[in-house]
Design a binder for this molecule. Structure first.
Ligand code: PHE
Length: 362
């Protein structure tokens, strides 16, 4: 019977189509094409009218069985595809909570700040207090109270940034006896050294004094490999009974060893500062050539890192401290110099130009 063969073909094709359906939409197309109102199975059943009385129940039974199997296959595949699609959706939306998080890019301290912090930690470990001071100060604190004579060259506008004081004009200064190279010089300046903080501190505190002041200073120097117009110092001041140059040496030797390593030697060279007597500059043995002499240390084997000395009795007296009873020492460490020595930096400008390739190395 032709109609029985048709049913067989329809079932086979439907089974193949259902198995091969890639998603629910394709499966539904197959359902419409086979069991829908205009589907292949439906139209075969419509043709049953032409069959004889005996054939009709046989074919009808067969057709219903085919329809039942096709529908069951459709349902089974539908459940399968729905499960697959749900799985895919879950996988796409999934958050793997075990993955390590993505760290936000955070910056870090600048090398100079780190060195200042390290120096601060060293001295606070010895019981020093940390002091702060103003960037804009007066000639009194930066020079006069520090025993610098009125005609000291460091007071000239060539060595100090003066802040314009609109209340003073140059004629007044001339009348007050200032010579012409002091024109435009006011009582206000950008501090050229942190030493003025010694005076501020001694005015406010009585001995025993163990103080450091890390801070920025300014000088009208053109930036080059060894100079910056703005740089940082770590000032130190000790005033107590019986303080000697031996205490100064012991303290600064311990500091240089902590900063540069036990194997580095120190050298104390006589020097002059108006506010200390005797005064010295302290060198550290060159870390590149270990004292042999190389281009980094200009063939001397030594690198200068700080100025120091015993506090001049005049400075103590200027601050109302009895210089017969108390003695002290002071020092000023160049933070940029410490950085340059520790990391063999060939040019101080690297510290301030903000090149990430340089900064990220520290
Ligand atoms: N203030 C000096 C400078 O800037 C350094 C110094 C500080 C020297 C304290 C002696 C004592 O060069």
């Amino acid at each position: 019977m032709a109609i029985v063969d048709d049913l067989k073909t329809i079932e086979e094709e439907a089974a193949a189509g259902i198995a091969g359906a890639a998603d629910l939409a394709q499966l539904d197309q197959i359902r419409v094409a086979v069991t829908g109102k205009k589907g292949s199975l439906t139209s075969v059943l419509r043709g049953m009218g032409q069959l004889s009385k005996e054939e009709r129940p046989v074919v009808g039974k067969l057709a219903n069985e085919v329809r039942g199997r096709v529908e069951a296959a459709l349902e089974a595949r539908k459940a399968e595809l729905a499960a697959l699609e749900l799985e895919a959706k879950i996988a796409a939306d999934a958050v793997d909570v075990t993955l390590p998080g993505r760290r936000p890019a955070v910056g870090h301290q600048h090398l100079i700040k780190e060195i200042m912090q390290e120096a601060e930690d060293f001295f606070t470990g010895l019981g020093y207090v940390v002091e702060d001071g103003p960037y804009v100060d007066t000639t009194y604190y930066n020079f006069t109270a520090l025993n610098a004579p009125e005609d000291h060259p460091s007071r000239s506008a060539r060595d100090t940034f003066y802040v314009v004081d609109p209340s003073k004009d140059d004629n007044e200064l001339l009348e007050a006896g200032h010579n012409t190279d002091r024109l435009g010089i006011s009582e206000l300046l950008l501090r050229t050294q942190t030493s003025g903080v010694q005076v501020h501190h001694m005015e406010a505190h009585k001995p025993p004094i163990y103080m450091i002041c890390p801070g920025t200073v300014f000088r009208p120097d053109t930036a080059d490999a060894n100079h910056l117009p703005q740089f940082n110092q770590i000032e130190g001041l000790v005033v107590d009974e019986g303080i000697t140059f031996g205490d100064l040496k012991g303290t600064l030797d311990a500091f240089t060893k902590a900063m540069f390593g036990e194997e580095r030697a120190t050298r104390y060279r006589p020097h002059f500062f108006p506010f200390t007597e005797p005064s010295c500059e302290v060198d550290v043995s060159c870390g590149v050539c270990h004292g042999e002499g190389c281009s980094f240390c200009k063939h001397t084997g030594w690198l200068e890192i700080l100025g120091a000395g015993m506090v001049d009795p005049n400075v103590l007296e200027n601050c109302g401290i009895d210089s017969e009873r108390y003695t002290g020492f002071a020092f000023g460490i160049g933070a940029e110099r410490v950085a340059a020595l520790r990391y063999d930096l060939p040019d101080l400008r690297m510290l301030v130009t903000g090149d990430m390739r340089f900064l990220e190395q520290f």
